[in-house]
Design a protein around this ligand. Structure first.
Ligand SMILES: NC(=O)c1ccc[n+]([C@@H]2O[C@H](COP(=O)([O-])OP(=O)(O)OC[C@H]3O[C@@H](n4cnc5c(N)ncnc54)[C@H](OP(=O)(O)O)[C@@H]3O)[C@@H](O)[C@H]2O)c1
Length: 323
């Protein structure tokens, strides 16, 4: 496993990491989560991604219990959480990045994770109803109080990220260090175009999500919806059209041919492609089973095989369907 700096910060994260969306508290219980995290750790993963809203707090509880049982030294792993949607009802508890919510939310997450601090904390979405300045001050205070080490954003526009950075600079506050966008062979524009100027200008690092487009890029949806897959979960129904899209699945078949030539799986090729972008600090993978972790982590060995010629062929197979 290689370790990369998180943007311009000094923190090093494994180029492949592991997140808990959909899986923990839904598909995966305490024991399975622990096993999945242990397999990732054995492969060199040092970053575990979470969010308050995942399974309404349960995902944090499960990860917290697993970390406690696994007993790894705190210095050796990086844990995140994210805030915006909230898990209780009320005008200051949902869909907000106001100071009151954020200050309360971090305490809840730390309790569920059984940690004194999280390494990374993200503003999970932009909040058009709270001044960015209020959010920046709250995130700064969260870091100053030792409850988080670095803060960043997730799916913010380039303009809002730059505004947050400039407010922090003006007031000598903690600056946003990282952004968490979706990035995979079918979702590219934000990372490759919209954020293009941010990397050099403000040194933002990326922790990217859904590298396999929820499983589409493994090739497993080419013959329909497999039993036990994410597409069979009732509340994930919104993904089904995309996962079973004929053109995309044909493009995935072409990727499969390239993968075969390189001696890897389609999933490994798709993950390696994300990691091959130097703007990406870490590719956050997801897994509902240990075998998936074992397969996916080997993608690190595929990254050096992505020569300019291979990348051109991957583009030719998929770019027509990418946003
Ligand atoms: N910031 C945000 O807004 C945001 C949003 C989404 C995700 N995230 C983060 O990013 C992480 C990864 O996202 P994701 O789970 O959507 O990633 P993904 O890699 O696109 O999808 C992972 C899912 O694909 C299937 N899969 C993975 N490896 C496989 C393999 N080798 N063979 C067959 N199936 C395989 C599994 O689902 P099944 O086995 O159930 O089919 C797995 O749960 C999340 O856990 C979360 O931490 C962040």
């Amino acid at each position: 496993m290689n370790y990369r700096r998180l943007g311009r910060s000094g923190l090093k994260v494994s180029e492949l990491s592991l997140g808990s969306w959909v899986t923990y508290g839904n598909q995966v219980d305490h024991a399975a989560a622990r096993e999945i995290m242990a397999a990732a750790w054995d492969a060199g993963v040092n970053f575990f991604d979470n969010a308050e809203v995942y399974a309404a707090g349960k995902s944090e509880e499960i990860m917290g219990a697993a970390l406690r049982q696994l007993g790894w030294p705190r210095l050796k792993y990086v844990v995140s959480t994210k805030f915006f949607w909230g898990i209780t009802d009320g005008p200051n508890e949902k869909n907000t990045l106001n100071r009151k919510y954020l200050m309360n939310a971090i305490d809840g997450s730390l309790k569920r994770l059984q940690l004194d601090y999280v390494d990374l904390v993200f503003c999970h979405r932009p909040d058009p109803n709270t001044p960015i300045e209020e959010t920046v001050w709250a995130m700064h205070d969260m870091v100053e109080r030792g409850k988080a080490l670095y803060w960043g954003t997730s799916e913010w526009s380039a303009a809002d990220i730059r505004a947050a950075y400039e407010i922090a600079e003006r007031h000598h506050l903690r600056k946003p260090v990282m952004e968490q966008p979706e990035y995979n062979l079918f979702t590219r524009n934000r990372v490759e175009k919209e954020y293009a100027r941010l990397y050099e200008d403000i040194g933002i690092g990326l922790t990217t999500w859904s590298p396999l487009a929820s499983g589409l890029l493994t090739g497993k949806y080419r013959g329909g919806i497999p039993e036990g897959s994410r597409a069979t979960i009732p509340r994930m129904k919104f993904l089904v059209d995309d996962l079973t899209d004929k053109s995309k699945n044909e493009a995935v078949a072409k990727l499969g041919d390239i993968a075969k030539e390189l001696g890897c799986s389609t999933a490994q090729l798709a993950l390696a492609w994300c990691a091959a972008n130097p703007r990406v600090s870490t590719v956050i993978t997801g897994a509902s089973r240990v075998e998936q972790v074992r397969e996916n982590m080997k993608a690190a060995e595929v990254v050096p095989k992505l020569t300019p010629d291979v990348l051109r062929r991957i583009d030719a197979s998929t770019a027509a369907f990418a946003d």
